[in-house]
Ligand binder design. Structure first.
Ligand SMILES: *[C@@H]1O[C@H](CO)[C@@H](O)[C@H](O)[C@H]1NC(C)=O
Ligand SMILES: *[C@@H]1O[C@H](CO)[C@@H](O)[C@H](O)[C@H]1NC(C)=O
Ligand SMILES: *[C@@H]1O[C@H](CO)[C@@H](O)[C@H](O)[C@H]1NC(C)=O
Length: 341
């Protein structure tokens, strides 16, 4: 088999590996050979959502906290009554308000995705797909990557009847945004002196965040200028398997842009590697050949070199090699390529 074919299949194999992984490195997220570094988006980020269930006179307020790089830390004095399980990377805190009588409210944490110790949870099973590789029409012309993260369940300990959770985050290229703007970070120990608490954020924007239960506006994201936006939290039926409660987020950031043709990098890497091996092989051949000629035939001067007269033609030989290399890279197999060398 030609070496190029072997290396190419090796490269293909390696690029497939990160596609399905048990955990993932936010600094090297890859799909179809395109790599992204989301390290700067690390740390907890929060989005809010309010849902009305008029029939049951209930109101749900959700705080979704996301840290794509690390496990979420508990707040001071937290417990499982108000926090997700250890290992969560995406956690929902739901406040259920009974609007029928007393506005009685209860807090419920919902684990959405994370790397939980294997005895209790499912794997995070992070999957990535380039938006331009997606079959969906709405992704046409969008640059970025879609991440699907698993691991959560609600109720978490109910293996049988618990509803599996997942998060689908679309990192969309936006050169104007660093991905940290507008949103709310949650550093695990909330500071009471946050400026945004004073600017009427709460009252002013609650209205636009309000959504009805009937799923109107499905597939659209909240009307907000925040870099990280809420796009839905609904029970979805995947192609196979049981229904999954799916949190959808959109993250507009420059880190999702495919700057520089990095895909070429692998080809150049291979090409360079090939030239180096070729050079070393040639050098080894000449040195060993000279040594043989010297010892066996007592050759001197040009006669030392194997095919001494040919060496004088080296510029032409190199030119020919270059042509062969280019040919074999362009059309492997057409003429046996360089495997004949
Ligand atoms: C959700 O977040 C807001 C703002 O950070 C906070 O005031 C509120 O208490 C949080 N709600 C819950 C249920 O944690
Ligand atoms: C419940 O809260 C709403 C708005 O927050 C208020 O209008 C209503 O009077 C409250 N009801 C009771 C029984 O406290
Ligand atoms: C509030 O709700 C909880 C459970 O949902 C219930 O145990 C509690 O009695 C309620 N409190 C009031 C004041 O209605």
């Amino acid at each position: 088999m030609a070496p190029s074919t072997t290396s190419q299949s090796l490269l293909a194999l390696i690029s497939l590996l990160p596609l399905t992984s048990w955990a993932f490195d936010c600094k090297d997220v890859a799909a179809s050979g395109v790599h992204f570094n989301f390290g700067k988006l690390g740390g907890p980020h929060m989005v809010h959502w309010e849902e009305l269930d008029e029939m049951h006179e209930m109101k749900y307020k959700y705080n979704f906290t996301v840290d794509i790089c690390n496990k979420l830390k508990w707040h001071k004095g937290g417990s499982l009554a108000t926090e997700c399980h250890h290992g969560a990377r995406i956690c929902a805190i739901r406040e259920t308000i009974d609007t029928s009588e007393t506005n009685n409210s209860t807090i419920t944490p919902i684990d959405i995705a994370g790397t939980y110790s294997t005895s209790v949870g499912r794997p995070i099973d992070a999957q990535f797909e380039l938006l331009r590789d997606s079959k969906s029409n709405s992704d046409a012309g969008r640059e970025g990557i879609r991440a699907e993260l698993h691991g959560g369940r609600f109720p978490f300990d109910d293996n049988k009847n618990g509803v599996d959770q997942r998060a689908i985050i679309e990192f969309v290229c936006d050169k104007e945004r660093d991905g940290l703007g507008g949103g709310e970070t949650d550093d695990g120990e909330r500071e009471p002196d946050d400026a945004r608490d004073e600017d009427g954020d709460e009252g002013e924007k609650e209205g636009s965040r309000l959504r009805r239960r009937d799923g109107e506006g499905k597939g659209k994201c909240e009307d907000s200028d925040h870099d990280l936006r809420f796009c839905g939290y609904e029970l979805e039926q995947p192609k196979k398997g049981k229904k999954v409660q799916t949190l959808r987020l959109e993250w507009r950031t420059q880190f999702a842009c495919e700057d520089a043709p990095r895909d070429e990098g692998t080809h150049w890497g291979f090409f360079t590697w090939f030239i180096i091996v070729l050079f070393l092989a040639t050098a080894a051949y000449l040195i060993f050949g000279s040594w043989l000629n010297y010892n066996r035939y007592g050759a001197r001067g040009w006669d030392l070199l194997p095919h001494g007269d040919t060496i004088r033609d080296i510029p032409y030989v190199l030119k020919d090699w270059g042509r062969r290399v280019v040919n074999s890279l362009q059309g492997p197999g057409s003429r046996g390529g360089y495997s004949a060398v």
